[in-house]
Design a binder for this molecule. Structure first.
Ligand code: ADP
Ligand code: 5GP
Length: 201
């Protein structure tokens, strides 16, 4: 059995990751990994659905116990991917997607060479501002901070395998599907098939 695909999706806050993923996941055989975080729940967050909410101390204990596949500090809070769920899925041939920021993505790239890294942006920074303002989930000073962070994050875009520009939603979902289909065909995602073909397993 081939291992499951591991997709990493990153992009500035407001680039549309959540919106695009919820459409993408409707038609695809991918599970979304649920992260742990030490940030406080926001309106709309649900324990065990959007995140596993932890205190800073609980999170640090999980780090010490080696429970994370990757983790990072972002905007003063910890965020991390619990290791067990991700490894169980992949080893059972199930495809999984991580929606994580760039530091965590770079850790995954280093530890799982066949992970597929996708970076999402808006067509430009003005559209990003408009989307963040339109979402009405953060005060103006937080939006300014996120726009600054966005420019730092975009510096990492060329470390990713693919870039998806979220202009028109339906097109973006179809672009993401096309990227995933292309990535499925990568030879490094099909090592088990090749071994079987050669009669090695
Ligand atoms: P992220 O998860 O990357 O922080 P969101 O999915 O919350 O971003 O999207 C930010 C805002 O932009 C939301 O209000 C969302 O409805 C809107 N949005 C996302 N994609 C598009 C799009 N293609 N066109 C117009 N608005 C969009
Ligand atoms: P938010 O607080 O808006 O939910 O998330 C802030 C940032 O943390 C987003 O860029 C999101 O992708 C990232 N993030 C969420 N979960 C994880 C995780 O498990 N690991 C890492 N490294 N980043 C995460």
């Amino acid at each position: 059995m081939n291992k499951g695909m591991l997709i990493v999706l990153s992009g500035p806050s407001g680039s549309g990751k959540g919106t695009v993923l919820s459409e993408f996941l409707k038609g695809e055989d991918f599970k979304l990994s649920i992260s742990a975080t030490s940030r406080k729940p926001r309106p709309g967050d649900k324990e065990g659905i959007t995140y596993f909410f932890k205190t800073k101390e609980e999170f640090e204990k999980m780090i010490d116990n080696g429970e994370f596949f990757e983790y990072a500090k972002f905007n003063g809070n910890y965020y991390g991917t619990p290791k067990k769920y991700v490894l169980d899925q992949i080893n059972n041939g199930k495809n999984i997607i991580l929606e994580i920021e760039v530091q965590g993505a770079m850790q995954v790239k280093a530890s799982v060479p066949d992970a597929v890294l996708i970076f999402m942006t808006t067509p430009d920074i003005k559209v990003l501002r408009k989307r963040l303002e339109g979402r009405q989930t953060e005060p103006q000073e937080v939006i300014e901070q996120r726009l600054k962070t966005a420019l730092e994050e975009v510096e990492y875009a060329d470390c990713y395998d693919y870039l998806v520009i979220n202009d028109e939603l339906e097109q973006t979902v179809s672009d993401l599907k096309a990227v995933v289909e292309t990535a499925r065909e990568k030879t490094k995602s099909n090592l088990e098939f090749i071994k079987k073909f050669k009669g090695e397993i």
